[in-house]
Design a protein around this ligand. Structure first.
Ligand code: AMP
Ligand code: MG
Length: 334
């Protein structure tokens, strides 16, 4: 299949909308990562998503909307907490999970009685969704297991020839996937992202916990597998122990590897190959997946360091960044 590369003008948006309504796959930018869109009301279209990504079909898809009124068409039993999040937080890098209506098929929710809904903040994303005119399922537009794409060139790398079109928009501002907030029962976070647990706890006037903490050893889906992973081995250090990191780097070099340290303040590593992770939590999130995809082409071993005491953790995206790094290294800590 020849993939079309479309732009944000009226004619191309019209083409993209038509492709979605015809049951084709179209990738598009959001503020978090690029999504792989399909018409949520067309099961054949939705099924193509799993094939294009090589994604296990027991992993449910998020339904994207451009107008809050669409929520009431696809979900029901909307609690007071849910209403508050819908009214005061959305659109934002957040996904809410609510009891689903029958119009949303089990293929989308992997058999769950709930549906995940997201209204992106990105103007480009909403233009695309408006052009589609239907709710759109969209996982990240990467081959399953790989780092999510945060610009259209990375979508091309993974999806060229496999999908009908890519909307070539801006690079993503947030850089990690949305916070997933379950509102079908007591509010709890299923995946940390840029909208933090602290913020949601304050908003709802109750403690909102993060479930499925990647540092715990619970055997839940998603932590059994390496996810968001670069092609080369990666390990994670969590105490900002410069001496230990240097020693590990030297050992790997002696073993014949060409390693890189991916750290806060690279100048502390005595001239060893070291790349800055970012200045604060938002900056780290913004660059994280793109840096993984660059490092894997230049080095053959990634030694990452991310410490809860550093300014990179202290902020709304810190917990989300830590979650992605732990999954990317497949729980291999040093
Ligand atoms: P992504 O790979 O970014 O498309 O993420 C989709 C993720 O959203 C899934 O892996 C789940 O963690 C979450 N999700 C989607 N639908 C549901 C649902 N109905 N209930 C709980 N989590 C969901
Ligand atoms: Mg994904």
């Amino acid at each position: 299949m020849k993939t079309k590369y479309l732009h944000f003008n009226e004619r191309d948006l019209d083409t993209a909308g038509r492709l979605i309504r015809k049951g084709e796959l179209v990738a598009f930018p959001t503020e978090t990562v690029y999504g792989l869109g399909a018409n949520a009301l067309d099961l054949q279209a939705v099924s193509k998503t799993y094939a294009a990504k090589g994604r296990p079909s027991d992993n449910p898809l998020i339904v994207h909307i451009y107008d809050k009124s669409q929520i009431y068409d696809i979900a029901e039993q909307i609690s007071d907490d849910a209403r508050k999040v819908i009214d005061d937080v959305m659109p934002a890098p957040i996904t809410i999970v609510l009891p689903k209506r029958a119009v949303i098929s089990d293929t989308i929710t992997a058999g769950l009685p709930t549906v995940a809904i997201r209204m992106p903040l990105s103007e480009e994303a909403r233009q695309f969704l408006r052009a589609a005119g239907v709710p759109v399922t969209a996982p990240s537009a990467n081959i399953s297991g790989r780092p999510s794409p945060t610009n259209w060139q990375r979508v091309k790398e993974d999806m060229d020839g496999k999908i009908s079109a890519v909307m070539c928009g801006e690079p993503c501002r947030v850089g990690i996937e949305s916070t997933v907030l379950d509102l079908s029962d007591e509010p709890r976070i299923l995946r940390p992202g840029a909208v933090s647990a602290e913020y949601l706890s304050r908003l709802l006037g109750k403690q909102v916990y993060v479930l499925n903490d990647p540092t715990s050893k619970v055997n839940s889906p998603g932590i059994r597998y390496r996810h968001y992973a670069p092609k080369v081995p990666m390990v994670l250090e969590q105490n900002d122990d410069v001496e230990k990191l240097c020693r590990y780097f030297d050992e790997k070099t002696a073993e014949g590897y060409h390693p890189v340290l991916w750290v806060h303040e690279p100048l502390r590593f005595g001239g060893r190959n070291a790349v800055e992770m970012g200045l604060d939590d938002g900056d780290v999130a913004n660059k994280m997946f793109e840096t993984m995809r660059k490092l894997e082409t230049q080095y053959d071993f990634i030694i990452a360091s991310f410490c809860r005491r550093s300014p990179c953790y202290d902020g709304p995206a810190g917990q989300g960044v830590e979650d992605r790094l732990i999954r990317a290294c497949g729980h291999t800590f040093i």
